[in-house]
Design a protein around this ligand. Structure first.
Ligand code: ZN
Length: 206
């Protein structure tokens, strides 16, 4: 199979291949990113309930022996998938904690000195250290530069006399999806932005 974009989207795709397609559950709750191959599977199985977004990809398949025509599927950039499992999984789902998304959540800003650093100079700081029963979870971690992390060492911010410049929070689904995809199409971003809570730090970047 091969995929083709119309000229308007070709610019949005850039060099790195095909953009990901955003799936929603039947209620319009953002679910996850899928590849265009995966989207074709949903289209072929007639699992698409409805679609959104101004971007449409046309994907060409093989030539049918019966009709002599080349098969094609037009996939939208945002698609709602039928199925109960989708709805259950996407609600109240705490996204997995990864450094990449954590640093992105915190805008690459060290929570202690306020400096902005590149990924390689940042660390995951446990506000309440592991050794004192702190959990490895969104609410107990912030982004810290190496120097601040070493200075804080195995202590709480109070014990170390270091003040947190911002509070940790759990990103919701929409925010997590924004954090995990670097090449979000404009219509996908517009949709996800509506689901990002007002207190999110991402709001300042949108
Ligand atoms: Zn620092």
């Amino acid at each position: 199979m091969m995929a083709q974009l119309n000229s308007a989207q070709a610019a949005a795709v850039g060099q790195g291949g095909f953009p990901l397609i955003l799936t929603l559950d039947m209620h319009g709750v953002p679910h996850r990113w899928i590849t265009w191959q995966h989207a074709c599977y949903y289209y072929a199985k007639e699992r698409i309930a409805w679609s959104l977004g101004g971007t449409v990809f046309t994907i060409y398949g093989g030539i049918s022996r019966l009709s002599g025509r080349r098969s094609e599927i037009s996939a939208a950039s945002i698609i709602a998938i039928r199925g109960k499992a989708m709805a259950i999984r996407s609600f109240n789902n705490v996204p997995p904690l990864n450094n990449r998304e954590l640093f992105h959540r915190d805008r690459h800003l060290c929570a202690y000195c306020g400096g902005v650093f590149s990924t390689t100079r940042l660390t995951r700081d446990h506000i309440t250290p592991f050794s004192r029963g702190g959990r490895d979870a969104w609410m107990n971690v912030v982004t810290a530069c190496r120097a601040c992390n070493e200075r804080k060492s195995d202590r709480s911010p109070e014990q170390a006399g270091m003040e947190l410049l911002y509070a940790p929070y759990v990103p919701n689904r929409a925010e997590y999806l924004i954090l995990t995809n670097r090449r979000i199409l404009a219509d996908q971003m517009e949709f996800l932005a509506q689901h990002v809570p007002a207190q999110s730090r991402l709001r300042h970047a949108m």
